[in-house]
Write a protein that binds this ligand. Sequence first.
Ligand code: AMP
Length: 191
Amino acid sequence: MKNFIFFGKPGAGKGTQAQRVKQKYGLIHISTGDLFRKHIANKTSLGKSVQVYLDKGALVPDRVTIDMLENEFQSAENPKGYILDGFPRTVGQAKSLERFFNRLKLNLNAVVSIEVDRQLLIDRLLNRGKISGRTDDLDIVKINNRFQEYDLKTNPLIEFYQSRNLFYPIDGHGTIHEISQRLYELIDHIS
Ligand code: AMP
């Protein structure tokens, strides 16, 4: 099995690239952001409790996020592997994931970090917001809040995974195709 974390700031292209890698390698793509948005659209009790965080561009509390992620794993059958997109985003989540993988006897192959300059990310998010209708993409205050959350809570994961020799940065500039090629090369190289 191949298991990857796709890591990067908001707008880095994690979701877009995860879709392509998923197709090529037959992996299961789990995006915690997509799962939260689905719960909100379906008006589930989880959706109602997390809406306030997504609306502000703040991280959802760890316990809620971890429980949702673990449930999602249990619903998959005979997977070839997983791409986690947007999870973990805090050291607490990363430690929980480590324990969860140990329990399931799963191995984490790599944390692939898609690296893009911040100003380009902001432009991309504002453009994406016009197309996707995601309210947290259209509003610069919310976008800035998401970057602040990233700097404070998610950035420490770089050191966490570097110390485990699992952190692999790739250049996230260029066309979607170019970035995918870099990812495929990396994935073929490390697994
Ligand atoms: P994304 O689609 O990954 O940009 O996530 C959208 C929003 O969902 C984030 O701004 C958070 O409010 C929430 N979210 C997604 N993943 C996580 C996570 N791992 N931990 C906490 N909140 C999350």
